[in-house]
Design a protein around this ligand. Structure first.
Ligand code: FAD
Length: 474
């Protein structure tokens, strides 16, 4: 039996490939819809579940339906159980009379604990277990410093990883075993969360990959930070749910470079892209080696920060009404689409922690509840990077100025205009600091500060000093 988890595909799937090779394709495909085991509440203020984001629920549902179709074409049905894995997997193994269960490992603490329990239960029932690495380019533990410790500096980690080959994509499994296990897919999430821009499933994932290679890759290195420039891949939800493997993505990008050996700009862009994929690996390794990050700061002394912001500001931030246009645009994009690009994530995360002086874990949870690509390791790593509590060697006093970030990465203001219609007619010169615009410019643009568009919730210059004081912990 093969247990599908965050690897919802038949092609380039290590565990599935191994199962099919070991058993002449006599493999029962199985999935349990149990969501990730709940994380412990970080504190009273941040209690509450990691409710799955509507966009992600929809994406996963589409991807499962797509997988079920592919499994049928391979002569089987996708066996499904909706109970917790510890109950569902041994039950399915018994019903399928499986002599072994195969799966690809995850590297989140709660999932690692759960998988160990499932393995234990299966072995106790006389069923063999075979676990594989498939999720990252390089498995946790495969690279260590000379001292034998995990890397905590990204650049050194990346260099060590570059010395390891990540192999070619594996062929698709084409034959699976028929069986009588229940295979009823749950109803799709309601129409309120039908986010058409994120269709799940393998075909949609390959369309996104092809679109990126055709239209984004060559511009990626120069354009990825620009908020209105679509040079990014938008593959994070596919990598998170496993409708594509990182090997397949990397191989497609490198194949493009090989096809145009003289195109140095393309090669540089591809290198940058693979380096970004390695950030995904890096944060997964960090979480695996330092599971305390799940709940608190990587640098433990920052758990003692007394977050002095006004809790009511959290709602203002999340609804995109801070009065800082680039922050508001990004938060409104997240609410509307379940996505924002990396630069926007850094800007809003810096704003929550350094300008509003609120605990990064509030923002981390909010992202998990809204992102189509919400992933514990990347999200936690990104938030700790922005909050200055993580592995990053940069000191915590690097604070993003939201006006300068807007001016630099949305110079024409098109991103802001798209998501903050109140500022649609604001000239580029003032769009990132409308409070400084002369009365006449505001009038011509039809903008009223405090009436049409909110006043600034805080003054960045003042908050900067407060943030520095708040972070000064011995
Ligand atoms: C505060 C914060 C929270 C984040 N939360 C998540 C999250 O929940 N899930 C998630 O997948 N990414 C997260 N990221 C990382 C990054 O923003 C997204 O992966 C990226 O924006 C997705 O868009 P893309 O697929 O077009 O990326 P591209 O720029 O096209 O990059 C390709 C792939 O590389 C990986 N990648 C790129 N940048 C990063 C990075 N900084 N860290 C880790 N992986 C990266 C992703 O898998 C991405 O799909 C977060 C970053 C920050 C700053």
């Amino acid at each position: 039996m093969f247990w599908f988890r965050k690897d919802l595909r038949l092609a380039d799937n290590t565990g599935l490939h191994e199962a099919a090779s070991d058993s002449a394709s006599d493999v029962v495909p199985f999935h349990t819809t149990e969501s990730a085991p709940a994380r412990r509440a970080t504190s009273d203020a941040i209690a509450g579940s990691d409710a799955v984001a509507p966009a992600q629920a929809r994406f996963t549902h589409d991807s499962l339906a797509d997988l079920a179709g592919a499994v049928e074409r391979a002569g089987s049905r996708l066996a499904l159980d909706h109970a917790p894995a510890l109950e569902a997997v041994p039950r399915a193994a018994r019903l399928a009379r499986a002599d072994a269960v195969y799966w690809n490992d995850e590297h989140e603490p709660a999932l690692e604990r759960r998988d160990d329990e499932v393995e234990h239960a299966l072995r106790a029932a006389g069923v063999a277990v075979r676990r594989f690495h498939d999720r990252l380019l390089v498995p946790p533990g495969a690279v260590l410093t000379k001292a034998g410790t995990p890397f905590v500096v990204y650049t050194a980690f990346r260099r060590a990883c570059e010395a390891l080959p990540f192999g070619s994509p594996l062929p698709a499994v084409t034959h699976l075993a028929p069986h009588d296990l229940p295979a009823r897919l749950l109803e799709p999430p309601g129409p309120g969360v039908a986010l058409e821009q994120w269709p799940g499933g393998v075909a949609a994932a390959h369309r996104r990959l092809a679109r990126f290679i055709r239209h984004g890759l060559a511009r990626y290195a120069a354009g990825r930070d620009f908020l209105a420039d679509d040079a990014i891949s938008r593959l994070s939800a596919d990598l998170r749910s496993g409708t594509l493997s990182p090997r397949t993505v990397a191989a497609a990008v490198l194949g493009e470079v090989r096809a145009a050996p003289r195109d140095r700009a393309l090669a540089a862009s591809a290198e940058k892209f693979i380096a970004e994929l390695r950030w995904r690996d890096f944060y997964a390794h960090v979480l695996h080696h330092f599971p305390h990050c799940e709940l608190g700061s990587f640098r433990r002394k920052y758990d003692r920060i007394l977050w002095s912001g006004d809790p009511a500001h959290f709602d203002v931030w999340r609804s995109g009404r801070t009065g800082y246009p680039v922050v508001d645009a990004a938060m409104r994009e997240l609410a509307a689409t379940g996505f924002m690009q990396n630069r926007a994530r850094m800007i809003v995360a810096s704003f929550l922690t350094r300008d509003l002086l609120l605990d990064w874990r509030l923002g981390e949870r909010h992202f998990m509840r809204h992102l189509v690509d919400g992933d514990l390791a990347s999200n936690n790593g990104g938030w700790q990077w922005a909050a200055g509590t993580g592995t990053d060697a940069q000191p915590y006093f690097r604070i993003f100025n939201p006006v300068l970030q807007g001016q630099r990465f949305d110079p024409e203001g098109s991103y802001v205009r798209r998501w903050v219609p109140e500022l649609e007619r604001m000239p580029a010169r003032w769009i990132h600091r409308p409070w400084e615009a002369p009365g006449r410019a505001l009038e011509e643009a039809g903008v009223g500060i405090g009436s049409g568009y909110p006043e600034r919730i805080v003054e960045h210059e003042e908050q900067r000093d407060l943030a520095l004081a708040m972070y000064r912990i011995q």
